[in-house]
Design a binder for this molecule. Structure first.
Ligand code: GLN
Length: 448
């Protein structure tokens, strides 16, 4: 019964959570109450699910792993939460993340870091590291994360799970704390492709509360998984994704996966996405610009934590923000404010918008001849805790293979495709055109 399943999950959490720290908040009582009354014949009837700490659930904390949101209780449900609830899911708790989803390791969290269940000395990736670690350590059957530049796919890859970044506009962002609104999407982190398809089906769809959500039909992703044949399919391998610096074992595992698809009948073709080298720089201009505007709302008046000692209103804003935001968030606000300032707007922000368009065109032209692209999700496996935390530029490069997908607004899936000799998971990224999640899911399903 749902109650037994939920109780079993909470005993698993009690057992491993002290080692992993995947959750920022757990609501055992509420989950059990819900389990007692939920209808099991609903699509997710009685399935416990973990939610990233930046998605609002009514009357529960939504901290975004930040000090500034200490004490804040969400007054409403995000649209995805409404949809999950209607589908019969049971909400377990809020998972840890990099503060305001800024990072690639879950080390930038005011609630302490999360450890990779495969090796406790290593990071789970980020920013949805808590969601990925919870799924990998069986502290959750499935979870929701958010992906602005790789934050679902990269932790999925580091933790050996499945992670999907939907097409921009597929899933409502209403109730997701905005980081970079033009790039953010909510998506599933699961153990199997089938679970990802089922979750996506439930959370997708047009929402009048989000004016960037699109009026597109939602295919029955879970029923379409078996319908694809790789015969006559062309899968592209972008040469810019096999650069120097990519780990030898990662390269080998990806080559094996590519050969496997070829043996299943797919035609493999090398393609070029020439603007790939500019993706990281473009992303860090656009994402920080949007973040600097989005985070202006945290002024100590409307949400959460307030400075106690101040002189006047300006001092109050300043102190609240200085005390409440961590250093990565401050770095992004400064960068974003800089690229938007009148003297630099044309040189940085406007130019980045143009490059974003070029990156989008790169993908459109390769998708004229290929149905999907195969790449590594990350150039390396999970790195050691502390290894990159003092070098923001190194950390920014962790998303070198995932960022372009967000800039182009298309969809991407990461699935496990092997292990390093140290036993760390390796992820394969399957990139698809906009609104073609059923294709990348079916390709991923064939591999599993
Ligand atoms: N790691 C990237 C960043 O720090 C992406 C984060 C995300 O997708 N939310 O911005």
């Amino acid at each position: 019964s749902p109650t037994e399943v939920t109780e079993a999950l909470f005993s698993r959490i009690a057992e491993v959570e002290p080692k992993i720290n995947a959750y920022n908040y757990l609501n055992h009582e509420r989950a059990i109450e819900r389990a007692k009354t939920v209808h099991v014949d609903l699509p997710l009837g009685g399935i416990p699910i973990a939610i990233k700490d930046n998605i609002n659930v009514r009357a529960e904390p939504c901290r975004c792993a930040s000090k500034i949101l200490e004490g804040y209780l969400a007054p409403y449900n995000a649209t995805v939460i409404e949809k999950l609830t209607k589908a019969g899911a049971i909400l377990v708790g809020r998972t840890n993340m990099d503060e305001f989803a800024m990072g690639s390791s879950t080390e930038n969290s005011a609630t302490g870091l999360t450890k990779n269940p495969w090796d406790l000395q290593r990071v789970p990736g980020g920013s949805s590291g808590g969601s990925a670690a919870a799924v990998a350590s069986h502290e959750a059957f499935c979870a929701l994360g958010s992906d602005t530049g790789g934050s679902i796919r990269q932790p999925a890859s580091f933790c050996g799970c499945v992670g999907l970044k939907p097409t921009y506009g597929r899933v409502s962002r209403y109730g997701l704390t905005a980081f970079a609104s033009s790039l953010d999407q909510i998506g599933p982190l699961t153990k199997t492709v089938e679970d990802a398809a089922l979750l996506l089906e439930v959370i997708s769809g047009f929402d009048p509360n989000d004016n960037t959500s699109e009026k597109m039909p939602v295919p029955r992703f879970s029923e379409l998984l078996e319908t694809l044949s790789l015969k006559n399919m062309v899968l592209g391998v972008p040469k810019e994704y096999f650069i120097e610096g990519i780990d030898g074992e990662v390269r080998e595992a990806i080559n094996k996966a590519i050969a496997h698809f070829e043996s299943l009948g797919a035609k493999i073709e090398e393609v070029s996405l020439p603007h790939t080298p500019y993706a990281v720089a473009t992303y860090y201009i656009l994402a920080t610009a949007e973040a600097s505007a989005n985070l202006a709302r945290f002024d100590g008046i409307r949400y959460g934590r307030r400075a106690k000692h101040y002189e006047d209103l300006l001092d109050y804003y300043g102190k609240t923000r200085d005390e409440g935001f961590g250093s990565e968030v401050k770095r992004r606000i400064l960068l974003g404010t800089y690229v938007l300032s009148s003297g630099y707007y044309d040189a940085y922000y406007l130019r980045a918008l143009k490059v974003k368009e070029k990156i989008k065109q790169d993908f459109s032209s390769v998708f004229k001849k290929c149905q999907a692209l195969l790449t590594p999700t990350s150039p390396f496996c999970a790195f050691r805790i502390g290894e990159k935390s003092n070098d923001p530029l190194q950390m920014y490069l962790a998303d070198i293979f995932t960022i372009a997908v967000n800039l182009a607004g298309i969809c991407g899936l990461s699935i496990p495709c092997g292990q390093s000799t140290e036993g760390l998971p390796i992820g394969l990224q399957i990139i698809g055109p906009a609104w073609k999640e059923e294709v990348i899911l079916a390709i991923g399903h064939l591999y599993q």
